[in-house]
Design a protein around this ligand. Structure first.
Ligand SMILES: NS(=O)(=O)c1ccc(NCc2ccco2)c([N+](=O)[O-])c1
Ligand SMILES: [Zn+2]
Length: 251
């Protein structure tokens, strides 16, 4: 994939009104009390009985086959179905996340992508609709190994080149990829962070990061992208906030 600075030519929406990622300025985020209590954000995922991994040339992606849903919080009454998850990371620990928090970049960012199954018939149908997608953003920081991520990091060596796919005969519960605190998050209306950059994403970015080991982060950096280079720094830098407000669920 070409560098983000070149995307504007082929995808004019790159300079649109609701682009992602953004820098989250914590002092400017507005507390939103009505995403608590009864309509708190809720995940109801079914563990995958086998894990389908793809090196899609610009990330490592796990295709979901079960019908897990995300509801509540900023999503109103709609059910959003988990479609896939993937990550963005840097060449070193000091960079790699797409969203930043008061300018701080994390080593990586995990995206769990969902589509609005209450209103649309498929991911492809939902992907261009303003309320079509919801993505959970989880910051990753170096520390202890994440056991649930092992099935991905242990198989990166077999998915080295762009286009490589494999199915691992093991279970994976996406719930265990989330931080322990899923009540505290920022949320705002944004977009896909790679072309075609559709402005169809309700972003939900958790405040609490998850730890991956150094070895797990190194496994990501050894993947090879569609240009045949090490897949590293596959993050888009923050876009302008423009007329948007970021909400937060914590004080
Ligand atoms: N970093 S992200 O979660 O915003 C993101 C970006 C692009 C795409 N897809 C690119 C695409 C969509 C339609 C045609 O091609 C996805 N996704 O598919 O989940 C997620
Ligand atoms: Zn992503």
């Amino acid at each position: 994939m070409k560098r983000p600075s070149t995307w504007g030519k082929d995808f004019p929406i790159a300079n649109g009104e609701r682009q992602s990622p953004i820098d989250i300025v914590t002092s400017a985020a507005e507390y939103d009390s009505d995403v608590q209590g009864s309509n708190a954000l809720s995940t109801n995922y079914t563990p995958e009985s086998e894990v389908k991994l793809v090196n899609n040339g610009h990330s490592i992606m796990c295709q979901i086959t079960k019908k897990g849903v995300l509801t509540g919080g900023p999503l109103g009454k709609d059910e959003y179905r988990l479609e896939q998850f993937h990550l963005h990371w840097g060449a070193e620990d000091g960079r790699g996340s797409e969203h930043t928090v008061d300018g701080k970049m994390y080593a990586s960012e995990l995206h769990l992508v969902h589509w609005n199954a209450s209103k649309y018939s498929s991911f492809a149908d939902a992907v261009q609709k303003p309320d079509g997608l919801a993505v959970l953003g989880i910051f990753i920081t170096p520390g202890v190994a994440c056991n649930q991520f092992k099935v991905i990091s242990d198989n990166c060596g077999k998915l080295k080149t762009s286009g490589a796919e494999m199915t691992v005969d093991t279970t994976l519960d996406p719930t265990l990829l989330l931080p322990s605190n899923t009540s505290d998050y920022w949320t705002y209306l944004g977009s896909l962070t790679t072309p075609p950059l559709f402005e169809s994403v309700t972003w939900i970015v958790f405040k609490e990061p998850v730890e991956y080991s150094k070895e797990q982060l190194l496994a990501l950096r050894n993947l090879v992208d569609s240009d045949g280079n090490h897949m590293q720094d596959n993050y888009r830098p923050p876009a302008a906030l423009k007329q948007r407000k970021v909400k937060k669920t914590f004080t």
